[in-house]
Design a protein around this ligand. Structure first.
Ligand SMILES: [Zn+2]
Length: 356
């Protein structure tokens, strides 16, 4: 499948890029992560170790264990949003090795960084909301995110069961979707996985083994089999729910666009690449400092899609430049002022596409 954007006279992105580069030059700062990101790395890593040690070795009472599992699930999501996501985009640090280590935190959480980089950096970022190319909207038959996807009778209830499906998502990712990609050699409908080197094969199996040992085998030995299974399920449910909802709020809401290829060979997108990104992406709660701190810039998703190589710690500043440039070029910028507003918009979208 070939995707073509109409990049003739692509003045919008050229201007925006120029202004953003001028900002970094005038402040004399690098577009990669800084001390703000290092503090987060320390805090989220410390919480991970604290929860793990307490749960596995300190035999906490049931109520405390439940709270610790929920906290661990949330903390793992924060590691994914802030450290892994920047690392995988190469924006965490100037040092490639540091980025690689940060990207590999995803393997510790149970998934696979090699597949993520292709699924996310290539399929999702280049071909946002294009049916058959963007793996993030490929969750059929469970959910119908766009009207061109096959409709089943149960989709009319999808806004009711979506949160349950989201909470199961990470568990399926770790135990099923990675292996499906590994054995079928495909990401989304149209894209083959680029050749896996021997090193990548080894990393795939070793890190699955490490994850299962750290999060299942060792806890079973020290804290009990049933306790471990229940705890593991609770952690992955919280993690899956939070990750899915955050990613959905950025693209699958009212007002964002979708592209349906007319045939299996090629698709012509009518706008320039950058404008396609803005049409398919929404920001939310960008004035909420807690959301900004926790979500690793995923609520500044428009800036992220336009400048994936820039660390999320700089997005609030780029947001000002972006809004000004959008107004000048008459480009519609989508933002939901609150998380709740974006969440209900997502639910309305699901309800609509479930019956359309
Ligand atoms: Zn990204």
């Amino acid at each position: 499948m070939q995707v073509k954007f109409n990049n003739r006279g692509a003045d919008f992105y050229a201007t925006l890029k120029e202004r953003t580069e001028a900002y970094f030059q005038s402040k004399n700062i690098k577009p990669t992560g800084n001390y703000k990101l290092y503090i987060k790395t320390f805090v989220f890593s410390a919480i991970l170790i604290f929860c793990y040690v307490s749960l596995v070795f300190l035999n906490p009472p049931v109520w405390a264990a439940i709270l610790l599992c929920v906290l661990l699930g949330l903390d793992m999501a924060a590691i994914g949003f802030n450290m892994m996501h920047d690392g995988a985009h190469g924006s965490y640090s100037n040092n490639k090795k540091v980025n690689e280590v940060m990207a590999l935190t995803l393997n510790l959480l149970g998934a696979n960084s090699f597949f993520w980089k292709q699924k996310h950096n290539v399929n999702h970022h280049s071909y946002t909301n294009i049916e058959g190319m963007d793996d993030d909207i490929d969750v059929n038959p469970f959910l119908r995110l766009h009207v061109s996807q096959e409709k089943r009778w149960f989709h009319r209830f999808q806004h009711v069961y979506a949160l349950l499906a989201y909470s199961l998502m990470f568990f399926f990712w770790v135990f099923f979707r990675d292996f499906k990609k590994y054995f079928t050699g495909k990401i989304a409908k149209y894209t083959p996985i680029r050749n896996m080197t021997v090193k990548e094969h080894v990393i795939f199996w070793v890190s699955k083994l490490v994850h299962f040992s750290v999060f299942l085998v060792i806890p079973m030995i020290y804290a009990g089999v049933v306790e471990t299974i229940v705890g593991y399920l609770l952690i992955t449910f919280v993690l899956g729910l939070v990750i899915s909802v955050v990613f959905q709020l950025a693209h699958i809401v009212e007002g964002t666009e979708f592209v349906t290829p007319q045939n299996d060979e090629s698709v012509q997108v009518e706008s320039e690449w950058a404008i396609h990104q803005i049409k398919t992406t929404a920001n939310f709660a960008t004035r909420n400092p807690l959301v900004n701190w926790l979500l690793g810039g995923l609520n500044f998703q428009v800036e992220h899609h336009l400048f994936p190589g820039v660390s999320h710690v700089h997005y609030p500043e780029i947001n000002r430049i972006l809004k000004r440039t959008c107004t000048e070029f008459n480009v519609k910028y989508i933002e939901f002022p609150t998380v709740t507003g974006a969440f209900f918009s997502h639910m309305k979208h699901l309800k609509k596409t479930g019956v359309a």
